[in-house]
Design a protein around this ligand. Structure first.
Ligand code: ZN
Length: 409
């Protein structure tokens, strides 16, 4: 089996704050064989030139199937065109040093199969299929007053589909799991990118959510929930949701409850920042702009509150479209406003790996782990801005033991 030796690196292993100087990592096939000791004999040797070596980045809130903020238009886009966009978005993630992405709605089995077949040169892909929304919820992207052509009252778009009642929920969850969904996504509160449902509107009945959680658990999968509000986040814990997305308004008492339950929160600061600054340019309604401004003011505080309470914080960008994803890694910098760099790096690696149920296999540099690694310029332990334009600053991307991108020279 091919041996690859990375040497002369400053290494962050995804967990420890002790940086290993002059590190050597031996890769055999698609996994890490050893750290520290060099080997003699036949091997491909890569001199890292003293640069920073770390596990490949993981984005726990990605959308491969939404090329823009025109969600209405995306729902009406030809599937072949949509797939071409998705291919670009997945390839781009790997360019930027993300060796794994977890899709948060819309990413489906077709893309997973295209990646597995090597038709798309992208990251590892964890996907929910269509996110599940109630009719009239945040994921129901129909325009108000839109004529129901089929008179069926049903909605199935690119990101989400509507289900109502425990029976429809059960069927929909089973359907997504049948297609190999690695997690189920539901909407539990309104959102900020549309004016479709009030932000503080609770979505679904408890019975509906409990069915989703039960069906996912049967398959040893889990449910991730879009939820901005404090009340909604508290409800997520009560109902067995494993990962709370956004969590923008979480307060201290709920943070303590989330931490005690071992539930993950995945803040998405990039999305808030982008929408807040560019709502009208993105074609979003004024009411969405007002909502996001109000939420943004409290989001950093919520992240800080969660961190202080000991909540396991993942990391995700939640950006839509290639243009905005160029600064996908800016999320790390934004988090650095309220967290230590090492904690942000843990979120982007080992904690996100826990979220995608790959503890010890992804997000760490350790013997037996899968060989997903990046070499980056600068010193992320003191300056997270190195990730803002990571397609330039990440010099080497190794995914599954294979050199996926080489910009060392
Ligand atoms: Zn999202």
């Amino acid at each position: 089996m091919t041996l690859t030796v990375l040497h002369n690196a400053r290494m962050f292993d995804g967990v420890s704050e002790d940086i290993l100087e002059n590190a050597t990592v031996v890769i055999e096939g698609n996994s890490i064989r050893a750290i520290g000791e060099d080997i003699t004999g036949d091997a491909r040797r890569i001199d890292c030139g003293g640069r920073f070596l770390m596990p490949g980045l993981i984005d726990a809130h990605y959308h491969a199937n939404t090329p823009s903020y025109d969600f209405f238009g995306t729902d009406r886009m030809h599937p072949a065109l949509l797939a071409a966009h998705a291919s670009k978005l997945l390839t781009g993630a790997l360019d930027r040093g993300y060796t794994t992405v977890r899709d948060a709605g819309g990413g489906d089995v077709g893309l997973a199969q295209a990646l597995a077949a090597g038709l798309i040169d992208g990251p590892r892909f964890f996907y929910p299929g269509k996110a599940l929304t109630q009719t009239g919820g945040h994921g129901d992207m129909r325009k108000r007053g839109e004529h129901d052509l089929c008179n069926c009252g049903a909605y199935a778009g690119v990101i989400a589909r509507a289900v109502d009642g425990p029976d429809e929920m059960r069927k929909a969850v089973r359907e997504e799991l049948r297609h190999g969904a690695t997690q189920i996504k539901v909407f539990l509160s309104g959102g900020v990118s549309t004016d479709l449902a009030p932000l503080d509107m609770p979505h679904f009945t408890d019975a509906e959510i409990l069915v989703a959680v039960e069906e996912a658990a049967r398959r040893k999968r889990y449910v991730m929930a879009h939820c901005h509000t404090d009340e909604g986040a508290s409800r997520c814990v009560d109902l067995g949701i494993r990962s709370i997305e956004h969590g923008s308004l979480i307060g201290a008492a709920t943070a303590a409850k989330i931490a005690a339950a071992g539930v993950f929160v995945v803040p998405t600061l990039s999305a808030g920042e982008l929408i807040g600054a560019n709502a009208s340019a993105l074609g979003l309604p004024l009411s969405a702009a007002e909502k996001i401004m109000a939420v943004n003011r409290r989001t950093l505080e919520a992240v800080e509150t969660c961190a202080r309470a000991g909540v396991k914080l993942g990391l995700g960008c939640d950006l839509h479209g290639d243009q905005f994803l160029q600064t996908q890694g800016r999320e790390l910098m934004l988090r650095g406003q309220v967290q230590r760099p090492v904690d942000v790096l843990r979120s982007a690696t080992s904690i996100n790996a826990d979220i995608v149920q790959m503890t010890g296999k992804l997000g760490v540099i350790a013997p037996g782990a899968l060989a997903d690694l990046i070499v980056v310029d600068g010193d992320p332990m003191t300056d997270l801005s190195v990730f803002e334009h990571s397609a330039r600053t990440v010099r080497l991307v190794i995914k599954d033991g294979r050199i996926a991108r080489d910009r060392m020279h």
